[in-house]
Design a protein around this ligand. Sequence first.
Ligand code: GLU
Length: 418
Amino acid sequence: MQENLNCCCHDSQAHFLTQAMQHLDLNAAQRKLLLQSFREITVQIPLEVRQGGKKTLHTFTGYRVQHNHARGPFKGGLRFHPEVKLEEIRALAQLMTWKTALVDIPFGGAKGGITIDPAKLTENELETLTRRFTQKLAPVLGEHEDIPAPDVNTNPQIMAWIFDEYSKSHGHTPAVVTGKPVELGGSEGRLEATGFGVAFITGRMCSDLSIPLKQARIAIQGFGNVGSYAALRLSEMGAHIVAISDVFGGVYCKDGVDIWAAMRHVQENGRLQGLKGTKEISNEALLALPCDVLIPAAMEGVINCNNADAIQARLVIEAANMPITHMADDKLRTHGTVIVPDILANAGGVTVSYFEWVQNIQRFPWDKSKVFKRMETYLSRAYEDVRELSRRKRMDLRTSAYELAVQRTLQAVTLRGF
Ligand code: GLU
């Protein structure tokens, strides 16, 4: 069957949710309530962009989708990417509801973004764009309402502008956004948290599957904030990171890529290509490498109907959000591949966002070791909950994770009575 890759992301999300809901005794009204967004906002962001020496007016489109806030304020990242669409943001907002419920932090789910390639803007243009977007969203944001964070192509500097812009009209409010620079109230460890969390979950899963981490061969697609820190931590844990890649392509070394050297190389050259001691490999070939663990840490839908049969890894860890379409998920599981779903694998990021929010509200920062220790406690508990349910009901890890998350959300909705 052919898969429409343009809509794979939201289709797959709905499919996974429906699958999990089949195990729960939900009526039609409850299903509808859990599937629909609480609020969806589309805004216009005009910006004069300098092109070829002259300024041209562009009107960009921004979104914020707030999915559910029964368990706490809406929470989720903002992405700046040319492919951003409402349907995708809607699915990702819903994913955040399940992720925060699964790790049991007191938040709901949201997501937002702007359809733009930020690499084409100057620093000043990016700042103006971010501030205008913040002004438009300000009525629905707030430390007890909706708290954005970094996502694809957004970073601590962008979060600092959001904090500053929001605080102009609401007073000093660092807790309105997480993932800020540490100097402005950002949490120690937030930058590394998602990648380190991925490494932590990979370690737990490898030990359960009797894959010795010190001999494990791991391929990681994506070398941004998540992929690079996951690679670094896993190589510190003794694994061989045989291949890594970015949007321009990948590099391979059968004895393991030196991740510190790779990070330095990217800082100096803007890409992985040309890294000493490695061979070039395409992104597609990286996914199909014979290895123990495959970690897609880039965009959604990279493992789909067209390449699922080529995947050789025994274990796939979803470091990106929704990297596997539901059809590919079916195929992989039929072949016996174990998949750790995104809402568990990459939940370290939002968990440390929660810690940042707590530290901001209390005006009391923690040191890095406390942050990581507590992150591991939260991830461990979620991991064990999922594993227990999956063993008890003989279900795959994704369905188990969704079932737990949906159950917790529904319980909060029911207790609150809306
Ligand atoms: N964008 C990240 C995610 O998808 C982090 C969200 C947050 O920290 O609020 O989980």
